[in-house]
Write a new protein. Sequence first.
Length: 382
Amino acid sequence: MTRHRRSKIRLLLGTAMLALIVTSPVIIWYALPKKPLHVVVIDKTVPTPNYREHNTIFWVLRHLKYVDPSDFRYYDHERDYYGYFPQDSTVSDSSDVGLEHADLLYIADTYGIYRDHRGTIVSDPAPNDTIPLSLVYGGMNAEELRQIVDFSRRGETVIGEFNCLGHPTAPPARETLERIFGLRSGGIIGNYFERLQDVPRWMRRRYFAQHGTEWPYSGSGLVIADEMESNNGLLLVLNNSDLTGAPVLHPDKTHTLMQDVADNVPYFYQFEVTVPDSGSVILATYALRCTPSGREKLKLAGLPDHFPAVISRDGSLRSFYFAGDFADNEVATALTTVWSSELVLQRIYSLYFVSDQTRFFWRFYLPLMKNILAAEYQRHTG
């Protein structure tokens, strides 16, 4: 055999080996068995067909190979949810949330759909809140709550997140959900901004009403406010002199559901301050990284610098409340069918800092959901 031919064979073998290494995670993903689990997702905030408020949930379900037990197909983010459907402007029938045979319910968002004075559906009400808007669909009604309460009483698992307790859900429905999740919501919300000059107009209006001057802030910072539409409500601004960085999340590692969930993960999006019931279990906590001036401002406003991020009603771990917009993430579709892609990306994002929810998704949300879903699958399959 000539040297040239041996070199050619080694090149071919090397190329084949490299191709196998690159494609093996995809091959393994397709080879793994599907896992039947009946999941119902509620999302009433789908003004445009990007499905942003629940798309991540469906990515997680498919990536971890959970399928509809009725036909063993993967859940479809465009149709397999309860709520508003932007393609034809239809809504789900409130007489049938679909919980009769469900194993897990995820309430992703109920803020709703709004129409402006021209009758046009508004994609994001906050930046345009100087224009009068009317609610088309949103909040939780009594019939939906009845079905959710029955589902919870059967011992099935309910996950909820910001803002299913907020506007436009009426107080009686909110109180029912609070009992399910084991907490009280005071309507205090927060948001970290990389650029405080980009805050919504309602914050600027409230600041002007309270101080008589235009919004003076720029740079990074945190705004904590009362969600009620009143210029007399709380509006606390912590700028970069009051903070050493974005809020971070601390999981309680004594709980098995928090295994592989990273500690000290920055959180860059909306959150709320809740008060857990005495018997509730705190699985993770927000920490506001304040300087002495920031801690003094919080103290004067009667606000804590540590408060619950993930709450369960009791030790049975059958309800979970995520006190933030956890599912609102953008994840590359190409990674859905890559086996254990999270193992690589969790390590990458432990070293590489990004100022968005990407790091939060891979290091906190995905491992948390992975653990919850695995526990549910084990409970229903034995």
